[in-house]
Design a protein around this ligand. Structure first.
Ligand code: FE2
Length: 365
């Protein structure tokens, strides 16, 4: 394993720009079981935006809305163009200034110069660089900070959230335009010092209608994993193209959430109203012979539409939600790894056929 030139510790938080953060927070609490832990807005002296921070295990989502058409115009513009979507995949570092300077020296474009916040909880530093589309990576330095977020008020008695078992972010996938995948692979390699994990070509993952190419970039510890997809030529419009049209350009396609018990997690999410993609019954017919012995009961997996894939190192279980916006853009994956470090390449065909059935229902195939 290579080391990290920018000294990444992991994903600190994911910030979404949304049109109504209070209501989005309600969804993420009641559907995904994330607990609201901090808030900033008019009541905390912030005039242009409201933000809610939600947490579950290692997962931190920050939901931010502008408070008027003239306030925070970059947020309003982001929402008008993309709908609700991911603005910032923030990475925790030891020293935000050094990481920022080094990233710029390696060719990154600045999105925000280093800002230092000092309050009763200590010192917090943030700086940001641009990545694909309007997405940014903030570098977050907080080892001398005891609070949650500067300028935020902690939420003392949060309303109840269902126990969904979501524990961490496993990976975050970006969709980029045709021909741009290798550009962004080079960006993560040359600027952030990531290395390439796996390569799926359009031969591996194609259906009659659409295909994609995907490369997975990860940091030195393997804790941060960013697959990058681009559309490949197909007979009809690919799912990646559909995303690019409705998102108005490149952006985050899905966030994979890790759990220790995928059956319990899927049951909790489904009970809370989360819709998942269904794979055809036939997917399960030859599965035990293809995958071999696993801890879980195949019938229980089949009942829930959970997919299984195996490689040399072990196996993984995964399932994908429907898009969580009206635009067919962002969706979620729930994943449980039993040794496998892959991304379910063996499931891509069955999965894409399921995705395309949904795309056809939207009249977009
Ligand atoms: Fe994924």
């Amino acid at each position: 394993m290579s080391s990290d030139p920018l000294d990444f510790h992991g994903i600190d938080y994911v910030e979404f720009y949304v049109s109504n953060a209070r209501q989005a927070a309600h969804y993420y609490r009641t559907a995904l079981g994330l607990v609201p832990v901090a808030y900033s807005g008019l009541e905390t002296g912030v005039r242009d935006r409201a933000s809610w921070l939600l947490r579950k295990g290692q997962v931190h989502f920050l939901l931010t809305s502008p408070l008027g058409p003239e306030s925070a115009p970059e947020i309003s513009r982001h929402i008008a163009l993309h709908g609700d979507g991911v603005r910032d995949i923030a990475l925790r570092v030891s020293d935000a200034r050094t990481a920022y300077d080094e990233a710029l020296r390696r060719g990154a474009k600045s999105a925000q110069e280093p800002q230092e916040f000092e309050d009763g909880s200590g010192r917090f530093v943030r700086a940001s660089i641009a990545t694909y589309g309007d997405t940014v990576h903030s570098f977050i330095e907080r080892q001398n900070y005891r609070g949650i977020f500067p300028g935020f008020k902690e939420i003392q008695n949060p309303p109840p959230a269902p126990e969904t078992g979501i524990a961490a972010i496993d990976h975050i996938v970006g969709n980029v335009e045709l021909g741009q995948m290798n550009h962004w692979v080079a960006f993560y390699r040359d600027v952030l010092g990531f290395s390439q994990l796996t390569h799926f070509s359009d031969k591996d993952i194609s259906t009659d209608y659409s295909a994609l190419m995907s490369k997975v970039m990860q940091n030195g510890s393997g804790r941060i994993k960013f697959p990058i997809n681009e559309p490949a030529e197909g007979k009809r419009r690919s799912q990646i193209e559909e995303y690019l049209i409705y998102y108005g350009g490149p952006g985050v396609q899905h966030i994979a959430l890790a759990t220790k018990d995928i059956i319990a997690t899927v049951d909790a999410l489904r009970a809370a109203g989360v819709d998942f993609l269904r794979v055809p019954e036939t997917y399960y017919e030859d599965l035990p012979s293809r995958i071999g012995e696993i801890e879980e009961d195949y019938r229980e997996l089949g009942r829930r539409g959970i997919l299984v894939d195996r490689d040399e190192e072990g196996y993984l279980l995964q399932i994908f939600s429907q898009p969580v916006e009206d635009r067919p853009t962002v969706f979620y994956e729930v994943i449980r790894r039993h040794g496998s470090k892959g991304f379910g390449a063996g499931n891509f065909k069955a999965l894409f056929e399921a995705l395309e059935r949904e795309q056809a229902r939207r009249g977009n195939l």
